[in-house]
Design a protein around this ligand. Structure first.
Ligand SMILES: *Cc1c(COP(=O)(O)O)cnc(C)c1O
Length: 836
């Protein structure tokens, strides 16, 4: 008998060498052990990376200990349900500090390292994050894993272990330059490879029908290519709980390292080729945010991780006594956008072909297993795959999709006889142009629950993009507003504010974020407001130092930090922000003695490498900085910084230092946003449109504590419908005209009048994102911001009230909503009301 895992901690007593103790002495021992016996290093010659790795391994032991206990608990719950979160992206961020905080040993580890003359902060700074996501969608998946563990819900995140994550962004001469992200370069200590749990993934080939022993018609798939998926597990510990879940990412490998036949006849190159093509599948993350590229390799990636995940789930289910027809009773699988939607025909295929279920039974299991989260309203972002491409790669899945579609269309015709337009709209197949498979429709038909990610987004989904689906399956739809984890984005990122809040209202707020309400009464206490300001100022000084280090630009921590960090996209309207900066600049040029509020404008975010308009916006921000930063008439009152390589790690330094959060997308475009929540939780006030979760943030914090401007989603629609003429707005608004003319004049481009021409012409003649329509309202709103800034007491009061009322936006609340409305699962996997 092995001693139980729990026992190792129960016997911890002073002076005893305990493998997983949490006191400084045990931690120091553990770090030393790893340094000596695992890495073979002498402390005198060990590098910072050596100490980082040793520290990470020591922490990982303590995570695994809890992981084994969690699995043990699950095995004793035969009726439990586990959540499988299927996502092509997980933007996890750095792990060391977050794990120390969740374990409750941040101070103990600092002490342990200090005894060895090592600063924990240096190791945290040294860590490279796995950038396995583009932005909001991937970060949401990471926040949800944190909350699932914290709420003690058994869960696995399934995704792809990209060898190269999102590119590293450098700025050269104002332009974005992409560098490959070598996050595995110095070793990634948080994961464990499990080659013995590998899964075979098939592609291509053909299918053939046959009759089985019972005389039933069956189909088998004869693939042309087989690739191996090897799982790599990262433990995901909840905050101050024992539950430790798993992120299981799959790496593609060749089934055999060499094709020996080719090798023997001397064709070494071809032998290795196979290995190279197999490994290509998990080689690199596609760097496009919210606009699919339609590349065959991307479809291969999607099927790769989905096939691995479903096989893994089914295996576990069968091993622990389940049968194929009870799969949905043990697993609730969530599709994070349409990227994993091929899971629907994949589960059908396994149940039908491998396990011999009848169609209706297999379909019931499948539908009860999946939920689908939609993330976008942009029509160009709705994924489709050309039928020929899909069929060549997944011939059996295409047959199954056709049969799902036949039944779907029959069903539509029964409910709406003669409405062939509706059949065409809801069909899984787009027949216009190159025939293609509509992944959102497949996700809708294959799921028992469909949700949008903010109230407005869900309403627009229901009234526009998916209205036919609501008409036919109203019971499937619900809204689940996004959230963010207050552990990483407040406790870890903003220790100053966290300490002040805990001293004031107690320290349970990280797991009961509504408790922040207790801050409300303190908003009227001048002493508290002063401490609140001091905390923010310290964060701003820190960010100023980082900005100086990364960009060489000096910024004044006393100025208003006005920040927009997020992917660069026309719909997010970074260029609207620039128009405001140039408006202020021009006012100062006309009247250098004008009394304006000194501001530091910080931008950050990556542009998709092929998205030229977005890259030009980056250049425009840089050019604006060059124009403004050293102009003697400005006298340091305006600074413009482009902070390179926005990432989770950089975000953790930026969000806590913001005074003003820019959430200025065209209404009806941003599904939810989560950056808006991170800023507000760190005490920034928001200037924003009625878009995404901004609406709910404003409802929570109060309209009087939110800087609102711009057209509503309805107004945007009606202005567009009745004919929108941006040129007329330009003609009629003198300040706007002057600013646009300034850009067109070449004054920001060393006299080159062509550089920004596409941007200027786009705004004047098309302006699909209504930048000019919202300009005046935005500039006027920024004047209200400036007026409030001149009253620091009023500003601080509003900042405190914002934080106090942001409790709704914890990802814990989102996960509770999913558990109740979609997954029907409780802590430790207990089924709840509505469980299948
Ligand atoms: C939160 C986050 C995002 C999403 O930001 P939005 O403002 O919601 O678009 C993108 N990237 C990173 C690194 C983040 O942490």
């Amino acid at each position: 008998m092995f001693p139980s895992v729990a026992a190792t901690e129960a016997t911890s007593e002073p002076g005893r060498d305990v493998r997983t103790g949490l006191d400084p002495a045990s931690l120091m021992q553990a770090v030393c052990d790893y340094l000596y016996y695992f890495q073979g290093r002498h402390p005198a010659t060990a590098s910072r990376n050596d100490f980082y790795l040793a520290t990470a391994y020591a922490v990982r032991d303590r995570l695994f200990q809890r992981g084994i206990q969690s699995l043990d608990a699950l095995l004793h719950r035969p009726d439990g349900r586990t959540v499988a979160y299927l996502s092509a992206e997980f933007l996890m961020g750095p792990q060391l500090a977050a794990n120390l905080v969740n374990l409750g040993i941040h101070d103990a580890m600092r002490e342990a390292l200090w005894r060895m003359d090592i600063r924990l902060e240096d190791l945290i700074e040294h860590e490279v994050e796995p950038g396995l996501g583009n932005g909001g969608l991937g970060r949401l998946a990471a926040c949800y894993l944190d909350s699932l563990a914290t709420l003690e819900i058994p869960a696995i995140g399934y995704g792809i272990r990209y060898e190269f994550g999102i590119f590293n962004q450098q700025i050269r001469d104002g332009w974005q330059v992409e560098l490959t992200d070598k996050w595995l370069h110095l070793g990634y200590p948080w994961e464990v490879a499990r080659p013995e749990r590998a899964v075979a993934v098939r592609y291509g080939g053909y299918t053939e029908a046959y009759t089985d022993e019972d005389g039933r018609h069956r189909v088998r798939w004869i693939p042309a290519e087989v690739v191996k998926g090897v799982p790599h597990d990262t433990p995901i510990l909840g905050y101050r709980v024992k539950t430790c879940n798993l992120l299981r990412l799959w790496r593609a490998e060749a089934v055999q390292t060499f094709d020996f036949e080719a090798f023997n006849i001397g064709d070494y190159a071809r032998a290795v080729e196979d290995q190279v093509t197999s490994e290509t599948i998990s080689k690199v993350l596609y760097p496009n945010d919210a606009s699919p590229q339609g590349k065959a390799l991307r479809l291969k990636q999607q099927y790769f991780f989905v096939a691995c995940a479903i096989e893994d789930m089914l295996r576990a289910h069968l091993r622990f006594g389940g049968t194929p027809s009870t799969f949905h009773k043990r697993w609730a699988a969530q599709l994070n956008d349409t990227h994993p939607t091929v899971a629907v025909p994949e589960l059908m295929r396994l149940l039908l072909d491998d396990h011999g279920l009848e169609w209706d039974d297999a379909w019931e299991v499948t539908q009860k297993t999946f939920g689908y989260t939609n993330h976008t309203l942009l029509p160009e972002a709705l994924e489709t795959w050309p039928i020929d491409l899909f069929g060549a790669l997944l011939p059996r899945h295409l047959e199954i999709v056709f049969e799902i579609n036949r039944r779907l269309c029959d069903g539509i015709r029964r409910v709406y006889p003669g409405d062939e337009d509706r059949v065409r709209r809801m069909s899984l197949i787009e027949e216009q142009g190159r025939r293609s498979l509509r992944m959102a429709n497949l996700a809708c038909v294959g799921s028992h629950a469909i949700n949008g990610v903010a109230a407005l987004h869900t309403e627009l989904l229901k009234s526009q993009v998916l209205s036919d689906w609501v008409a036919m399956f109203p019971e499937r739809f619900c809204n689940i507003t996004n959230g963010v984890t207050p552990r990483r984005f407040v406790v870890v990122a903003n220790p100053g504010q966290s300490k002040l809040v805990s001293e004031t209202i107690g320290d349970d707020w990280p797991i009961h974020l509504d408790a922040l309400r207790r801050l409300e009464t303190h908003a009227d206490d001048p002493g508290f407001r002063a401490r609140w300001r001091d905390t923010k100022h310290a964060n701003k000084r820190q960010l100023a130092a980082v900005i100086k280090d990364r960009t060489g630009i000096s910024v004044d921590p006393d100025s208003l930090f006005d920040i927009q960090v997020k992917r660069i996209h026309e719909y997010k309207r970074q260029h609207l922000n620039v128009l405001h900066i140039l408006t202020l600049y021009r006012r100062l040029k006309l009247n250098p003695d004008l009394d304006i509020v000194p501001r530091t404008f910080v931008f950050g975010g990556k542009a998709a490498p092929g998205y030229h308009a977005a890259k030009l916006i980056i250049k425009l921000v840089g050019a604006t900085g060059d124009l403004v930063n050293d102009d003697p008439d400005v006298r340091g009152r305006l600074k413009v910084v482009f902070f390179p390589n926005f990432s989770v790690k950089n975000g953790q330094a930026i969000y806590p230092a913001a005074d003003l959060s820019e959430q200025i997308s065209t209404a009806g475009q941003e599904a939810s946003g989560t950056g808006n929540m991170k800023f507000a939780l760190n005490g920034a006030l928001t200037i924003g449109t009625l878009d995404g979760a901004n609406i709910e943030i404003r409802e929570e914090v109060g309209a009087e504590n939110f800087f609102l401007f711009g057209l509503t989603a309805d107004e945007v629609r009606s202005v567009k419908a009745s004919g929108y003429w941006p040129r007329a707005i330009y003609e009629q608004n003198e300040e706007l005209r002057a600013v646009i003319d300034l850009i067109a004049s070449g004054a920001l481009a060393g006299g080159d009048t062509t550089l920004f021409r596409s941007l200027v012409d786009g705004l004047l003649w098309h302006d699909p994102f209504m930048v000019l329509a919202d300009y005046q309202s935005y500039v006027a709103c920024q004047e209200r911001v400036a007026a409030l800034w001149r009253d620091p007491e009023a500003w601080s009061r509003m900042s405190i009230l914002n934080v106090a009322r942001m409790g709704k936006f914890s990802s814990d609340r989102s996960i509770r909503d999913y558990c109740e409305r979609v997954w029907h699962v409780g802590p430790l996997g207990a089924p709840t009301e509505g469980a299948p």
